[in-house]
Design a protein around this ligand. Sequence first.
Ligand SMILES: NC(=O)c1ccc[n+]([C@@H]2O[C@H](COP(=O)([O-])OP(=O)(O)OC[C@H]3O[C@@H](n4cnc5c(N)ncnc54)[C@H](O)[C@@H]3O)[C@@H](O)[C@H]2O)c1
Length: 201
Amino acid sequence: MGNRLAGKVAIVTGAARGMGEAEARLFVAEGARVVLCDLLDEAGEKVAAELGDDAMYLHHDVSDEDSWTLVVEATTERFGVPTVLVNNAGIARYQTIDQMPKEMLAHLAANVVGPWLGIKAVFGPMRHADVGSIINVGSTNSFRGAPGASAYATSKHALAGLRRFPRRTACCDRRLPVEGRSPRMDNRDDKFECMRGQEWS
Ligand SMILES: NC(=O)c1ccc[n+]([C@@H]2O[C@H](COP(=O)([O-])OP(=O)(O)OC[C@H]3O[C@@H](n4cnc5c(N)ncnc54)[C@H](O)[C@@H]3O)[C@@H](O)[C@H]2O)c1
């Protein structure tokens, strides 16, 4: 396809399916070497196998700090120092607040703690290499609400705040570019059924 990402070593979380899979495929097509991470091992292994030698799959729970250490080590050993991190993994459950007894912590773990730990894990290697880009996948719910999205929108608002930390108050002498991307929802029926007929806030 092209070589806009030639020489880049990217970690993409949540890459077994959906947007993360598409990002991984595009990155490899543009010349990057990519480590795909997810909890869905069968699907992740399949995507990585299709992408060939420029891709590798790792089982990785983004909310597990030790797992991040292993991912960065394995990436460095196979492809070199990671120069791109795409914090894509996330969960989105749309229900009224009383129907989500444990969902808040799950959303914070996947959508906020995960990216925070990811930035922490790659920050040292990127600083040392003096190169790096971090992309946090946000949402329109990073800056507005939606019916049933109390947990999801709260977590994506927090993620939007995280974008500012390495730029302005990084605990070191370097600034890393951290981008937030806010794709629009695709209106897949399974995710958004509970929102039909309701007003956006
Ligand atoms: N699809 C959309 O319309 C849309 C719109 C706006 C934002 N987003 C955001 O884009 C990202 C991807 O969305 P998607 O629609 O492709 O979702 P998806 O559910 O299809 O894929 C998300 C992937 O993340 C993985 N994942 C979840 N929790 C994880 C964890 N703790 N550790 C590792 N992997 C984990 C899942 O297994 C899954 O493979 C999410 O951050 C989502 O909030 C999506």
